[in-house]
Design a protein around this ligand. Structure first.
Ligand SMILES: [Zn+2]
Ligand SMILES: [Zn+2]
Length: 258
């Protein structure tokens, strides 16, 4: 079976935000429905599993999942919420005497190694600028606008009978950057808020209202929103079409048309 499990559906600071006592953060501290780790996905493939992004909540996410080891990590971009767990993963690789494999575009690898120069002693870095084959999937990255934060990468996964995209950190995509979003069975898209009030120039991720406009254009069969900040309450019934929903942390979604 090939499937994805959301290990985290939170934005860069996670939910609750340490400094914050808003309703969603308070709820996240008590019943915990809104408790969200930094965004990351566990992909079951025909071969070994592949972890998509390794943020600062990585150890808690592995414990929750009940896995002791992951050997392969795919990275979207070198922001802390997506790579902050790499030093701990490298340490785990060191203890187990198994060298891990990290896959990312070349410029992301360079930034990661500037930040954590010792990682390549424990992890092999593989440049995926030209895409790669992994566990039955053809995987291809492309650069997406990340607003005031510059650029991130999204990944397009395809195999016979299923195409999906993971695009957690993007906004204001150009027509060219939108092109790989056509003809998808599943789009996993980052949306920090339902409606974000901050000035456009300070923004870095789509909100749900803007995402709905994008979906009108590219029309994926199914959509899951992730990278959700404390501005999103999972108990709230946001006005979304039936094929669009919030990704549920801990939930597994099958990647097949049946
Ligand atoms: Zn992010
Ligand atoms: Zn809050």
């Amino acid at each position: 079976m090939t499937s994805i499990t959301f290990l985290g559906t939170g934005d860069s600071m996670g939910v609750p935000r340490v400094y914050c006592d808003c309703g969603v953060c308070e709820e996240a501290r008590t019943s915990g429905r809104n408790r969200r780790f930094r965004s990351s996905v566990w992909i079951e493939t025909d071969a070994e599993p592949l972890l998509l992004d390794c943020g600062p909540d990585w150890t808690s996410q592995m414990e929750k999942l009940g896995k002791r080891y992951v050997g392969d990590v795919l990275i979207t971009h070198a922001h802390h919420d997506h790579i902050g767990g790499l030093p701990e993963w490298a340490d785990a690789c060191r203890w187990l005497r198994r060298k891990g494999n990290a896959y990312a575009p070349q410029e992301v690898i360079e930034t990661v190694l500037e930040r954590y120069p010792w990682l390549d002693r424990f992890i092999h870095f593989h440049n995926v600028d030209e895409g790669m084959e992994y566990g039955g999937w053809r995987i291809r990255p492309w650069k997406v606008c990340h607003g005031k934060n510059g650029y991130a990468y999204a990944y397009h996964f395809s195999r016979e009978g299923f195409r999906w995209v993971y695009c957690s950190d993007s906004i204001d995509l150009s027509d060219e950057q939108k092109a790989p979003l056509n003809d998808l069975d599943l789009l996993v898209l980052g949306t920090n808020f339902y409606k974000e009030e901050a000035a456009r120039g300070t923004r870095s991720v789509y909100d749900m209202t803007e995402a709905l406009e994008l979906l009108e254009l590219v029309q994926p069969k199914r959509v899951l929103f992730t990278h959700l900040s404390h501005g999103v309450d999972t108990a709230e019934a946001y006005p979304l079409p039936p094929h669009v929903g919030l990704a549920v942390q801990g939930e597994t979604y099958r990647l097949s048309r049946e």
